[in-house]
Structures are given as structure tokens and as C-alpha cells.
Write a protein that binds this ligand. Structure first.
Ligand code: SAH
Length: 345
């Protein structure tokens, strides 16, 4: 069986190549073809001998996911991709265009076990973890498709990255390697529903990687209703872990807060959130909810614009840094997991 070349980190590849009698600089050449020149077959790697190409082709596959669907926003070029993996499962990735850089939002699992009620991915259930190579190849495939150079990566697509910790870690190390994508650790963010022990572990393993926590509610009563995982890890445990993470890394921690009309958007909710986060270097990302259908027992409506402003004012007054997330791709299936849901019934 061929092995996916994207699943190997640099040292592993050097080792694999040496077993085939190939020197280290051959690894560099192959990685340059794949990551820079976007050549995804050994036959096209013309600075390798015919024999070397054959040997490599017998041993490795270069598994770029195949494109099933793509939507491009007419407003801001936001591009959403639906990929098919080798085993037929599908995942999404997104490109977001900013004036000075392009951000890639990538998936870490097929489906998601967290099942947050507002999230389209959670509604479709959990299928399996992605391999490191399947995470890395999303970045390469998007660059090849759109001919862009990705400058930021956020693990904010489908899945809960900290529940697939080892493969996510490996994918970050691969993308960081100077012979592959050469992505600075500081330009990578991991977004989590909040798994306290993994948050601490991330601080020790990859202290430069940025952390975002999907908090979405200021207390356990409300968070239990929209984030089922909260019954396992409470708001207090998560905030404690975030503070510990910050002590160890000195990084600011982003808290994502989805605003749902008349559920968590009151002045009192904002005050409670400020109480919870005061004294730590928190940054709050306020996100008016993108309604997805089929939510049981909870009306998911976008907040009034004045409620968003009121929420922001309270945080400002309490000196909690925050920002209302500028929406992108509103004319395409913008919410997480929507494209996949439409295609895979
Ligand atoms: N499991 C990780 C990463 C995937 S979800 C986590 O929980 O952070 C990442 C983000 O997707 C959430 O924080 C939220 O900001 C966004 N999201 C999901 N569904 C959404 C919706 N219906 N409207 C707005 N944002 C949504």
C-alpha cells in the first residue's frame, strides 16, 4: 500500500527516503515540487532521475483531495471548498481575503463530536478524525486551486481540533517546516470548544500557536443549552485553563462569542462575560449568529444591531478588548458545515 506523503514530517521523510537509497536533498526537492510548484505527481519532478521517480511512486501517494464543490463570494471573494477524501468522506475549507493577507480556515475532523446546537457541522454527526496529511493537504490544495499564498491558518473549520490532538499537532509541525509551507507558528490559530487539559498541553507543546476558545455564553446555565460539551468541562474550568495557558505562553487568548437574539445578547450577559474575563489578556470576538435550520427547542435568530452595539459598549467600558466580527461570504453558504450538508444528505 502506498503511503500519503503529506502524513510524514520532515525527519520521517528523510528516514523513509534513505531506506530507498535517496539522499536528504532529494526530500527537499520533492517538497519544493509539491509545496512551491504545486506538482502532485512524481513523474513531473524533472530534476529526479526516472528510476528515482518510479521508486518514489511505488512507495508514496501525493493525496490532494478532489474538489467536489466550490463557492466564491461576489462580495469579498471568500471561497468555500468541499473536498472529497480518499475514502469518500467530505470536508470543507475556506479562504478569506484580507487587504494584506489570505487566511485559510481548515478542518480537523470529518463531522464533529461536540454537537453545538448552532453549528451545521455538529448537526451532521461525527465520522472520524483527519490524518495530519489530510489537514496539511487542504492548505496545499487551496493554494493550487486559487493560486494564492496563504499567510494565516486557523483550525476553525469542521471538527474539534483538540479532540484530534496528535494529528493536529503533527500537521502544524509539518506546515511550519521551512522546507514545506514555512508557516510561522504565530500565524496559526487553533479554535476549540474548550478542552482544559489539552489547552494546557498546547501551551507546553506549541507555545507560539494562538488559541481561540468558543465560549458563547457567560455562565454554565446558558452554555449547557448550546454547547453540550459544557456538561463535561464547565465555563470556570475552561477560563482557568485559558489563564494557565496565558501564564505559560504570554499569548492573548481570543474568546469567540456567538450572539443569539434574546438568548445571550443582553447587557447583563455582557457584564457577566466581563466579570469572567477581567484581569486576563482576553480578546472577545463577537459573532452575530448565522442561523442554521433544524435547531430543536431554541430559536436561533440574529441579534438586533443595537443589541450587538450595546454588548460591545459594555465590554469597552469594562476594558475587555473586543471586536465585532466582520462577516465574510454572506452570499454563499457561510456557516460552518453548510456546504457539506447541502451536498451530502
Ligand atoms: N470546534 C472548534 C472549531 C470549529 S467551530 C470550536 O468550537 O471552536 C469554530 C467557530 O465556528 C465557532 O467558534 C463559531 O465562531 C463558528 N460558528 C459555527 N457555527 C456558527 C454559526 N451558526 N454562526 C456563526 N458562527 C458559527
Amino acid at each position: 500500500m502506498k503511503k500519503d506523503i503529506f502524513d510524514f514530517d520532515y525527519n520521517e521523510l528523510v528516514n523513509e527516503f534513505s531506506k530507498l537509497g535517496l539522499e536528504k536533498y532529494r526530500v527537499d526537492q520533492v517538497l519544493d515540487w509539491i509545496f512551491q510548484k504545486k506538482v502532485f505527481n512524481f513523474d513531473g519532478m524533472t530534476n529526479l532521475s526516472k528510476e528515482n521517480r518510479t521508486v518514489l511512486d511505488e512507495r508514496f501517494s501525493i493525496s490532494i483531495p478532489s474538489l467536489l464543490d466550490m463557492q466564491v463570494s461576489n462580495i469579498d471573494k471568500t471561497t468555500k471548498f468541499l473536498w472529497r477524501l480518499e475514502d469518500g468522506n467530505t470536508i470543507e475549507s475556506v479562504l478569506l481575503f484580507h487587504p494584506d493577507r489570505v487566511t485559510a480556515c481548515i478542518s480537523s475532523q470529518v463531522g464533529c463530536p461536540a454537537k453545538c446546537v448552532f453549528c451545521a457541522t455538529g448537526q451532521s454527526g461525527f465520522v472520524r478524525d483527519l490524518k495530519a496529511g489530510e489537514i496539511v493537504s487542504q492548505v496545499v490544495a487551496m493554494e493550487a486551486q486559487r493560486r494564492v499564498n496563504i499567510g494565516n491558518i486557523v483550525y476553525m473549520g469542521m471538527g474539534e481540533p483538540l479532540l484530534n490532538y496528535e494529528e493536529v499537532l503533527k500537521s502544524i509541525r509539518i506546515l511550519h517546516n521551512e522546507k514545506t509551507k514555512n508557516m510561522s507558528m504565530r500565524r496559526i490559530s487553533v479554535s476549540t470548544v474548550g478542552i482544559p487539559e489539552k489547552i494546557i498541553q498546547l501551551a507546553d507543546d506549541l507555545p507560539e500557536v494562538k488559541l481561540a476558545i468558543s465560549l458563547h455564553a457567560p455562565n454554565n446555565y446558558k452554555r449547557d443549552m448550546i454547547v453540550p460539551m459544557n456538561r463535561k468541562y464547565s465555563v470556570e474550568e475552561i477560563v482557568y485553563a485559558a489563564k494557565e495557558y496565558q501564564k505559560r505562553t504570554k499569548n492573548r487568548v481570543t474568546f469567540e462569542y456567538i450572539l443569539i437574539r434574546e438568548f445571550n445578547d443582553s447587557r447583563d450577559d455582557a457584564e457577566k462575560l466581563a466579570d469572567l474575563l477581567k484581569g486576563m489578556g482576553a480578546y472577545v470576538n463577537l459573532i452575530p449568529v448565522n442561523p442554521v435550520d433544524n435547531v430543536e427547542n431554541l430559536k436561533l435568530e440574529r441579534p438586533h444591531y443595537w443589541a450587538v452595539d450595546r454588548f460591545k459598549e459594555v465590554l469597552d467600558k469594562r476594558n475587555i478588548e473586543n471586536e465585532i466580527r466582520k462577516e465574510k461570504g454572506t452570499d454563499i453558504d457561510a456557516a460552518c458545515g453548510q456546504l457539506r450538508r447541502r451536498n451530502v444528505k
